[in-house]
Design a protein around this ligand. Structure first.
Ligand code: ZN
Length: 226
């Protein structure tokens, strides 16, 4: 069944997810921790709709296929179609702010990267994109001032501030829309800050987003499968 994003007030979005457009290395510190160069243009990739699941307990993550890394990312729910949009148009099309895990089979990805092969199977597998509920966007958003965290078993593992992004959200969405039309229901992942690591089994994950005045926040708590 196609996945449809949910808002924090329990409404479902009108359209199911068609695709999830993602950016790699949007925070300089994360690029460095994986020994990757800091890119001069956003490095884009897509997860299919079949990768989307609700961020719920138990979180299944294909643990049997090698090390699964968590990457905590601000997720944007698209509410209006965008093709070759301006940054201002793109920012106005965001219908919801949420959090996602960009789950990555890091061993598989490293082997494929070494060979220069595409690494879809490391990032686009079923369940590779757990999504929280989305806070509805009701007015102006300060795109430079969103703050999020991931705690695992009570320990803070990742903190993200959109002000530290290499490509700010309006420009990032505009760039994405030059390559892929963003459709209502699609989700955009905006990159992970530093601190990625192995997702443990049987652990409690707490993801929190402070979305600024008027948009409240999100707190999602889940457990990984034992
Ligand atoms: Zn990522």
């Amino acid at each position: 069944m196609p996945f449809t994003a949910r808002f924090t007030d329990d409404r479902r979005h009108a359209e199911p997810v068609g695709k999830i457009v993602c950016v790699g290395r949007n925070y300089a510190e994360h690029a460095r921790e994986l020994n990757n160069p800091v890119p001069s243009a956003p490095l884009l990739f897509i997860k299919p709709a079949s990768a989307a699941v609700a961020l719920e307990t138990p979180l299944e993550a294909q643990f049997e296929r090698g090390e699964v890394h968590f990457e905590t990312e601000l997720a944007l729910l698209i509410g209006a179609p965008l093709t070759a949009a301006s940054p201002a148009e793109a920012a106005r099309a965001v219908a919801g702010l949420g959090l996602a895990l960009d789950l990555t089979l890091r061993d598989v990805q490293s082997r494929l990267k070494e060979k220069g092969h595409p690494w879809e199977i490391a990032k686009a597998f079923d369940g590779a994109c757990p999504l929280s509920a989305f806070a509805p966007v009701t007015g102006e958003v300060d795109w430079q001032a969103l703050h999020f965290t991931l705690d695992i078993d009570g320990e803070c593992r990742q903190t993200g501030d959109t002000g530290d992004m290499l490509f700010a959200i309006p420009e990032l969405l505009a760039e994405m829309s030059r390559h892929f039309t963003l459709e209502p229901g699609d989700v955009v992942l905006t990159g992970t800050p530093a601190g990625v690591g192995v997702l443990p089994r049987g652990a409690e994950l707490r993801l929190q987003l402070a979305a600024g005045a008027g948009h409240g926040g999100i707190e999602a708590v889940t457990r990984t499968a034992a």
